[in-house]
Design a protein around this ligand. Structure first.
Ligand SMILES: [Fe+2]
Ligand SMILES: [Fe+2]
Length: 314
């Protein structure tokens, strides 16, 4: 088993240097600019359907941003109980681990509040109800019922995903992205960067205490969870198309009003499904640092993840 170059103590000390609060990112003095894209287009691929004009692509981008916030609330909702359970299992033998993990859980709670505040601001400015998968608690509970190693790996995958989302926002800053949403992606990643280390330490520690059969079951559970998440994302993609269809049909001016045909909705769903798979699954499952952790646990799991990333990229 490879040993990480960091420890619970060094990660805990490092995490104390990152210190921001939700009010710094969104509030009365910091509002979102609805004339701009919220998410980098590489995550949304609004033009891929081939028939949305620029105004319609902007609306789709805002719908996708709302779904982004909702989906990350869902992700945080299954992470918090997993981390708290790990604290209970580990006890207080390493007090730096205890402090680091409690800080980790507290930060995920802060992230839920961050996403909720952005969702509230988006709802105020968007003027339309956006459909979302749920209830979040039920989906999170189903995921949390999997073996701890499975949930830990899914968590680690999503943490590396947030790095790619932040990097995409840097790469596309010239596309006039909303500065508030760019800050959300940046400051979320800054704390997730510490979480990647804590999750890696937890995963290595967990595997050392597990039998080979239990490790195999944990890995199998992880791959099942990826497929479960894929189904959730596809359901969200369908709901995004429904929201866009409703928004365009209710547009106040004849110029912006458009009734999407069934065929157009189907094509839009197909392109959005692909965009979701890349943005939420391929970026994490195929992330080199995530693959490295998988390789330390099981070289076969790494190969399977590489194959899965290719299959999801189609
Ligand atoms: Fe988070
Ligand atoms: Fe996290």
């Amino acid at each position: 088993m490879a040993i990480a170059t960091y420890t619970y103590e060094s990660t805990w000390r490092e995490s104390r240097k990152v210190n921001w609060c939700v009010d710094d990112l969104i509030g009365p003095d910091k509002s979102m600019d609805f004339s701009r894209l919220f998410l980098p287009d590489s995550l949304v691929r609004a033009a891929d359907s081939g028939y949305l004009d620029l105004e319609q692509q902007l609306i789709l981008n805002h719908i996708r941003a709302n779904s982004y916030l909702h989906l990350f609330i869902l992700v945080e909702a299954f992470i918090i109980p997993m981390v708290v359970d790990q604290v209970k299992q580990m006890g207080y033998g390493n007090i730096f681990a205890t402090q680091a993990l409690l800080g980790f859980a507290e930060e995920e709670g802060k992230h839920i509040y961050l996403f909720q505040q952005f969702m509230a601001a988006l709802e105020r400015g968007f003027h339309h109800h956006c459909h979302c998968v749920g209830p979040v608690e039920d989906i999170a509970r189903e995921i949390g019922a999997y073996p701890p190693l499975s949930v830990l790996l899914l968590t680690l995958q999503f943490e590396w995903t947030t790095q790619i989302h932040y990097l995409e926002s840097i790469r596309h800053r010239q596309d006039h992205l909303d500065p508030c949403f760019c800050d959300l992606l940046k400051y979320h990643w800054l704390e997730e960067a510490q979480h990647t280390k804590l999750d890696t330490l937890m995963a290595y520690g967990l595997v050392e205490r597990m039998s080979a059969d239990d490790v195999d079951a944990g890995l199998e559970g992880y791959f099942e969870l990826v497929h479960k998440l894929e189904q959730t994302l596809m359901a969200q993609a369908k709901l995004d198309v429904l929201t866009l269809t409703e928004v365009l049909a209710s547009a106040s001016t004849p110029a912006s009003c458009q009734i999407l045909s069934k065929d157009q909705q189907q094509r839009l769903y197909a392109s959005q499904a692909q965009a979701y798979r890349w943005a939420f699954l391929c970026t994490g499952v195929g992330h080199p640092n995530f693959l490295q952790v998988l390789e330390h646990i099981s070289p076969n799991a790494k190969e399977r993840a590489i194959g899965l990333t290719k299959a999801l990229s189609y």
